[in-house]
Each structure stands twice: as structure tokens, then as C-alpha cells.
Design a protein. Structure first.
Length: 73
């Protein structure tokens, strides 16, 4: 498997914050917005559960980060 993130300045382990990879927030925001539809899928159910186990503040930060990225901020 290739390492496309090797030279990237972002930290792939962070979901939010200045150094967080924007794709993490976009991914989790997508999961949050579509969790009702994804929860019945066998492969996605664990991911949806992980999202639902995050505290509300973290989910809010994820949504804000994703919205700011999509707005070009």
C-alpha cells in the first residue's frame, strides 16, 4: 500500500485542530450526517457506533472543522 501522506504536514491521528488532517473531519462528518442510513450496513455499523460514542463536543468540533474546510476557510 502506498504512503500518500508521508510528506504531508497534517497529523492523520487528529480529527480536529490546526494540525489535523482535513480528511478526518470530512470523513467523520459524513458518517455523522448519514449514520441512520449507514447503521444497517454490516461493515459500517462499527464505524457509526464509534461516532456515536464520541462526546457531543467532539462531534460539534468535527462538524465545524468540516464546514470550515468545505467553505474554504
Amino acid at each position: 500500500m502506498s504512503d500518500y501522506c508521508g510528506a504531508c504536514r497534517y497529523d492523520v491521528k487528529l480529527r480536529t485542530g490546526r494540525d489535523a488532517c482535513p480528511f478526518n473531519a470530512l470523513y467523520w462528518d459524513f458518517i455523522g450526517r448519514h449514520r441512520a442510513r449507514l447503521a444497517d450496513n454490516e461493515r459500517m455499523a462499527p464505524v457509526v457506533r464509534a461516532y456515536e460514542e464520541m462526546d457531543g463536543e467532539e462531534r460539534g468540533r468535527i462538524a465545524e472543522t468540516a464546514a470550515a474546510f468545505l467553505a474554504g476557510l
